[in-house]
Design a protein around this ligand. Sequence first.
Ligand SMILES: Nc1ncnc2c1ncn2[C@@H]1O[C@H](COP(=O)(O)OP(=O)(O)OP(=O)(O)O)[C@@H](O)[C@H]1O
Ligand SMILES: [Mg+2]
Length: 233
Amino acid sequence: MLELDHVTKDYVGPGETVHAVRDVSLSVEPGQFVVLLGPSGSGKSTLLLLAAGILHPESGCVRFDGQDVSHMKDNAAAIYRRRHLGFVFQHFNLMPGSAVDNVALPLRLESVRPPEARERAREMLGTVGLEKRAEHTADQLSGGERQRVAIARALAGSPRVVLADEPTGNLDSERGAQILKMLHDLCRERDIGVLMVTHDSRAIDFADRAYQMKDGQLSPINGSATEHTGMRS
Ligand SMILES: Nc1ncnc2c1ncn2[C@@H]1O[C@H](COP(=O)(O)OP(=O)(O)OP(=O)(O)O)[C@@H](O)[C@H]1O
Ligand SMILES: [Mg+2]
């Protein structure tokens, strides 16, 4: 479904050129949970931006259902993101407005009419256990509740793949583990692929495949579910 094929990305800066992603190949299939760990600056966020068609690679390409999305014009790339992707980012703050407004947003962008968008947004909030917080604004929610709204928003448009960058980075470890499990279970149920960046090595336990990223290169981590069993659990 989502496939990075020998992708390379350099940033040409004021001083040296940064080789942020070096010859990375990776795929995410429906219902798969793929985890990337790695130190700060190793290229993890860059890799997600490449997967989203926001950055263009120097070489290699990113395909979605066999179609090259890495050299698309901005408009076409925006449509690709809206149709097929959901995002949960640590610093991807909620918009002003209530939880239900936030979750309804991707549906509104897909021209779902407001009453139906709100109805479906409420349902999604119920799925993440926030039916009673639907009218709260972000500043009236706890950190974990905000992340659950972000998950509900990411899933509301029925994406095929969710890209998640440190979705539990702001949370204490117990809440972080709960959110991780929720994201995993919801995506597995709905056959949504997940590509997630995290510093939390417990994510390896949930992963169908896990990779360590270092200096822009990926190496598989033994111990992820696939490595144990050879198949999805
Ligand atoms: N716009 C940019 N221009 C120049 N260099 C950049 C740019 N964005 C990132 N870099 C550099 O590219 C490398 C990879 O950055 P990236 O943000 O992908 O790392 P990361 O693994 O997500 O780190 P963190 O865990 O801190 O979020 C870093 O060395 C960073 O300094
Ligand atoms: Mg990052």
